[in-house]
Structures are given as C-alpha cells and as structure tokens.
Design a binder for this molecule. Structure first.
Ligand code: FES
Length: 174
C-alpha cells in the first residue's frame, strides 16, 4: 500500500477521541456509583432467612400486665435498619387484657430515639420519648398531637415450653 493511500485512510479526530474517552469514563464512574445504590435497595429482599429467627427471652410467668423491658438480640429490626450481629435491643413486653403477650420495639417512630415506659411523670400509663416528647399508649399506639405518626413496631412472639420467644419486627401501619 502506498504512503499516499495510507494517509487518506479515515482517522479518528481529536474531538472524537475526547468524546469517546469522556463517555467511557463517565459510564465507568456512573456504574460504580450505581451498583452500591442498587445493592442497598435490594439487599433486604435477598436475605429472607434472617427474618425467621426467634430468640428465647423469658419465662411466660415473668410477664405481667405492666410493660417490662427485656434485652433481645435480633437481626432484622426496622425496615432498612439492621443492627450488627450481637447488638441488643430492648423489647417492652406485657400481657394484654385478653391474655395475649405484646412485645413492642423501643424505637420511636418519629426520629428513632428510645421510648421508656412511664418515662414522663405527667403521662403515667404511657410510653414516652424524651427526644421530642413523643407519647404512645400502653399498646404502643401513637398519641395524636405528639410527634410520632405511627405506632411502635411489634415483635413476632411465640411460646414454647413455657418460654416466650421473640422473632422479627412486624410493622403496624403508618
Ligand atoms: S424521636 Fe421520639 S419524639 Fe422525636
């Protein structure tokens, strides 16, 4: 092939080279940023097994109609929030009037502080959140006019051989 023909071959321009380089770099950076976001969004759906574990908490005889706090080790806690392995949370456990056991999450539905049974002397027989004066009834229902806009979440419960076992959190509506 002659030198003249070689020079006439179509060549990539500087502008095209820059366009391709920038597009390639942007694509690479975009995909590396997108992957963690997609992974974060679908991760809980991929881990079905973690939600089926129950933890032995107490003898059923220990549970009264007054909410009592028990420490529990749970994996799936509140929507996208999952504590590290081994981290403990408090469950407020009580016997209801119908004899059924209710175990409530202590995580306030406003901004995630911890609620306490009868935490405020002005509001007896209620759960109270010190952060912004959030209040809940004994059944964990948010009191209208206070910051929380949803009831406290509830643990799944089951009784085996006279022992109370707590399972994953189940939401109770918004
Ligand atoms: S975090 Fe509980 S009232 Fe705001």
């Amino acid at each position: 092939m002659s030198e003249e023909k070689e020079r006439q071959k179509p060549r990539i321009s500087r502008r095209q080279f820059l366009t391709y380089t920038l597009a390639g770099t942007a694509g690479f950076l975009g995909s590396t940023m997108l992957y963690p976001m997609v992974r974060f969004a679908v991760d809980p759906m991929l881990k079905k097994g973690a939600a089926s574990e129950f933890v032995d908490v107490a003898a059923v005889d220990e549970i009264t109609t007054t909410p009592k706090s028990f420490q529990v080790n749970v994996k799936v806690v509140d929507g996208w929030y999952k504590p590290e392995e081994g981290q403990t949370l408090t469950a407020w456990v009580m016997k209801q009037d119908n004899g059924e056991i209710l175990a409530l999450s202590p995580i306030c539905k406003h901004l995630g502080c911890t609620v306490t049974w009868e935490g405020s002397p002005e509001h007896s027989n209620e759960f109270f959140c010190f952060c912004h004066n959030g209040r809940y009834t004994k059944e964990g229902i948010n009191v209208p006019g206070t910051p929380p806009n949803a009831p406290l979440d509830e643990y799944e419960t089951k009784i085996e051989n006279g022992r109370l076992l707590l399972g994953p959190i189940k939401k109770r509506g918004v």
